[in-house]
Design a protein around this ligand. Structure first.
Ligand code: SF4
Length: 322
């Protein structure tokens, strides 16, 4: 498996929702990126920016409005045989923010994790399946005695481990982790991020890691894409983006992260964005960020900035870099 091989390619992806006769919610409005095998791309933005819709559209929980998604160079969202659909579903799994609502409360952990095996590995005997469930529990830091318990008997962190084991059961290549640590205590967040990192190394997994702030994403992402109102406004190497953000929105998101050094933290200057995020059903003209941008210029309300490479490997959509 070459590190530079592309696993997921998203080209001009659009996902719009029709809300009424004349109202269209442009949740994802023409975005492009690729994710290499074994890589983690962090997708960051405030709630409502469309990042979860991106994850759900790639994994085919949603149909798409425009553009295309390639997985291993094969086009998704096409009419296919049931067998082929099953193959793609197995290759891509999701981990959700709230494992409590995504795990069936009436099923034991053994049943929850075994469910995917039952569908995708119908030839497996019950004994083999039970054995595999224990293997998966151990892989995520739980053990055999947890297999017979129900979701409510676990802590938040443990439930997320069950969610991860369920996703891994069918041996996917690609995982969309949709805010997997947002509902957890800060002390537990690092444990789950480390678990995901270790599993990635061990199994050569590829991740799209979705988050609403930039603080923990840095520790897991090789590259980061920042989304605002259905568009990617900046994308680049994770370290470089942290060191030197280009887009004013990325600057504001970064300035919101508390610094561990108390001296630096005292002098941290927070960029407070004015106003609320505009409605995706009624987008501002020109640059979508201009109603809140501290650096907005005249041109920003007239022309939408193109998403272009400003420096090698650094992409940004802002007139300041044209
Ligand atoms: Fe701000 Fe203008 Fe850049 Fe948009 S294009 S981010 S409004 S400076």
């Amino acid at each position: 498996m070459s590190a530079n091989e592309v696993l997921v390619e998203v080209k001009d992806l659009e996902k719009h929702f029709k809300l009424g006769k004349n109202s269209i919610l442009r949740a994802v409005d023409g975005i492009s990126f690729s994710i290499h095998k074994g890589e983690t791309l962090g997708l960051v933005g405030e709630s409502g920016c469309g990042k979860s819709t991106v994850g759900r559209t790639i994994t085919q929980l949603y149909s798409l409005t425009g553009g295309e998604v390639l997985f291993n160079q094969e086009r998704l969202h096409m009419a296919r045989s049931k067998e082929e659909q099953k193959k793609f579903k197995r290759s891509m799994q999701m981990i959700f923010q709230d494992p409590y609502s995504s795990l069936n409360p009436r099923m034991t952990v053994q049943e929850i994790i075994g469910e995917g095996l039952l569908i995708h590995r119908p030839n497996m005997s019950k004994k083999e399946r039970d054995y595999r469930v224990v293997e998966l529990l151990e892989l995520v830091g739980l053990n055999q005695k947890h297999a017979y318990r129900y979701p409510h008997e676990f802590s938040g962190g443990q439930r997320q481990r069950v969610g991860i084991a369920r996703a891994l059961a069918v041996e996917p290549q690609f995982i969309v982790a949709d805010e997997p640590i947002a509902a957890l205590d800060v002390s537990i967040q690092a444990q789950i991020v480390n678990l995901l990192k270790n599993l990635q190394e061990e199994k050569g997994l590829t991740y799209l890691f979705i988050a609403h702030d930039l603080s923990m994403v840095k520790h897991i992402s090789d590259r980061i894409a920042v989304m605002y109102l259905g568009k990617i406004v900046e994308m680049g190497d994770s370290e470089e983006l942290y060191e030197k953000p280009l887009h004013p929105y990325t600057e504001a998101l970064l300035s919101a992260i508390p610094l561990p050094d108390p001296k630096l933290e005292r002098s941290r200057e927070r960029i407070i964005l004015k106003g609320d995020v505009p409605s995706p059903t009624n987008l501002p003209s020109g640059c979508r960020f201009r109603t809140r941008c501290p650096k907005a210029m005249d041109i920003c309300s007239q022309i939408e900035p193109a998403f272009r490479e400003a420096e090698p490997g650094r992409f940004v959509a802002c007139h300041l870099f044209e």
